[in-house]
Write a protein that binds this ligand. Structure first.
Ligand code: XMP
Length: 506
């Protein structure tokens, strides 16, 4: 187990992901709130930071329990921090050190750089530089502009690097992390999907015992994997509820429900389409749509949960990025979703929470899902927003508009699949615009709806590029939509990236 101390760098999560790629378990803690008992940790990594270590309000944690007592790797700010407070000197660099650089000097025979070729490319991102190494510091590497690009402390397993090994532009960064964690710190590489499943299943069994658990399935990857894990742990004491809000993709409710049953899950499908659509009638503001759907979902779920007796736990498919966000250096973030203030909590939200995936990144959830034998097609599904098609129908929502959009979306998504494009796209869907346009069909003038198609590439939804889908594909899909979907006479393709646009239109 590796401890990553976060000083607020945008790259901290990436460090954790690279460490996990080595099958080594790690946890991120904010520098100002980490466990006192460090006995379960075999090594510590200090992250970078937007701060200058010379600033008064910069993170200056007490590392006396760590430094010299266990293997320590200090990255960027961390490297400066160790220098600044222990006999070294940190100052503003004369040139801005940002972007690619090459290690023009690497100390011979240094295990940290084993299997790293001469001139290896690294990624720099800092405005301060280490002018003088700390007491006991031995220079291990330099670039053209940065003399002290890496150092270690004599007599300790303390290593410090100015560049970012976690960023892909640092070509041998993963090798260096492996050298440090596996060869120097001797951390076992035992965090595999199988090991995770075994451990979490026995943990869940201990925590839950013979009690009942309720879980809301969404058709998405996270809730599905959470359900299958819990099913493995406690079987029929897991009660899954899958709500149809009437805003899912075409035939999705029926087909996914069927799949869930085939997987042996104890699942109840609740078709609440009319309840959602009637509450949404006449609402055209995007945030009001979201709030309405959130509220109705809670009402429906609470009604269903009340039909069950003696339920003690509520299971959720929370994953690690959400957890990190809620304990970040900046404090609990304002973006954390909460539909209710504590006073008005519905009963099911007062249950004890179990979150079997709370330590996993999305790609790890997929791998665990594969280990559990979940259909790869289900695991490879594009992300789909909780409010579903409601935020892809611009303006107010009616049953007829949902029908039109479902038909258009199905042609687009099926087309992507049959052309072998689905897995090359991170997310795709169609948007029903609140405008009519003039067209001509046969000899008749038409005045019908316009739909936009959207397909993006992304890794986490934070930034996204529109996908250059083949013209032939777009031509075929456009024809098919206009010919088959009554009420649509024009198709456009969205060529905006995020930022400045967003993925969804609302
Ligand atoms: P945007 O439109 O913000 O979307 O670029 C980024 C990602 O988030 C999804 N999204 C949502 N997911 N509830 C959700 O569960 C929402 O209200 C919501 N809004 C956007 C969007 O589909 C994309 O994957």
């Amino acid at each position: 187990n590796v401890l990553i101390l976060d000083f607020g760098s945008q790259y901290t999560q990436l460090i954790a992901r690279r460490v996990r790629e080595l099958n080594i378990f790690c946890e991120i803690f904010p520098y100002n709130n980490f466990p006192q008992d460090l006995s379960s940790f075999k090594a510590v990594i200090l992250s970078g930071s937007p701060f200058s270590t010379r600033a008064d309000d910069a993170p200056h944690p007490d590392l006396s329990q760590i430094r010299g007592k266990m293997p320590l790797l200090a990255v960027c700010y961390g490297a400066q921090y160790l220098a600044h407070f222990d006999g070294g000197e940190v100052g503003a660099s004369s040139t801005r050190e940002y972007g690619r650089a090459n290690l023009s000097f690497i100390k011979d025979g240094e295990p940290f750089f084993a299997n790293v070729p001469a001139n290896s490319q690294v990624w720099m991102s800092h405005s301060d530089t280490i002018k003088k190494l700390p007491t006991g510091g031995i220079r291990l590497a330099s670039t053209h502009d940065v003399e002290n690009a890496a150092y270690k402390i004599e007599g300790e397993t303390t290593y410090a690097i100015q560049f970012h090994p976690e960023v892909y532009h640092s070509t041998d960064g993963k090798q260096m992390l492996e050298n440090f964690l596996v060869n120097i710190a001797e951390v076992p590489q035992n965090f595999t999907p199988n090991a995770f499943v075994e451990e979490i299943v026995s943990e869940l069994q201990q925590k839950i015992g013979d009690d009942k658990v309720v879980l809301g399935l969404s058709g998405g990857v996270d809730s599905t994997v959470a359900a299958v894990l819990l099913n493995k742990a406690i079987g029929k004491n897991l009660y899954c509820i899958f709500v149809n809000n009437g805003l899912l993709r075409k035939n999705e409710f029926e087909s996914v429900l069927h799949q869930y049953k085939d997987m042996g899950l104890n699942v109840k499908g609740v078709d609440a389409s009319d309840r959602f659509l009637s509450q949404l009638a006449g609402i055209d503001d995007p945030e009001t749509k979201r709030k309405t759907i959130g509220r109705v979902f809670i009402e429906v779920f609470d009604d269903e949960a009340h039909l069950l007796t003696d339920v003690k736990f509520l299971a959720q498919g929370t994953i690690y990025p959400d957890v990190i966000e809620s304990v970040s250096v900046k404090g609990p973030s304002a973006t954390i979703k909460s539909h209710h203030n504590v006073g008005g909590l519905p009963d099911f939200m007062k249950l004890q929470v179990v979150e079997p995936l709370r330590m996993l990144f999305k790609d790890e959830v997929r791998r665990v899902g594969a280990t559990l034998g979940i259909d790869p097609e289900l695991l490879g599904r594009h992300p789909f927003p909780g409010p579903g098609l409601s935020i892809r129908i611009l303006g107010d929502i009616t049953k007829e508009k949902v029908r039109i959009l479902q038909d258009v979306d199905a042609i687009f998504i099926d087309g992507l699949k049959s052309w072998g494009l689905y897995d090359k796209v991170w997310q795709a869907g169609a948007i029903l615009l609140p405008v009519n346009s003039v067209g001509v069909m046969g000899d008749e003038r038409t005045y019908e709806k316009v739909v936009a198609l959207r397909a993006v590439e992304s890794t986490d939804g934070m930034t996204a590029d529109w996908v250059h889908l083949p013209y032939d594909f777009l031509m075929k899909i456009s024809n098919e939509i206009i010919n088959k979907v009554k009420g649509v006479n024009r198709v456009v393709y969205d060529i905006s990236s995020k930022p400045p646009a967003t993925i969804e239109w609302e």
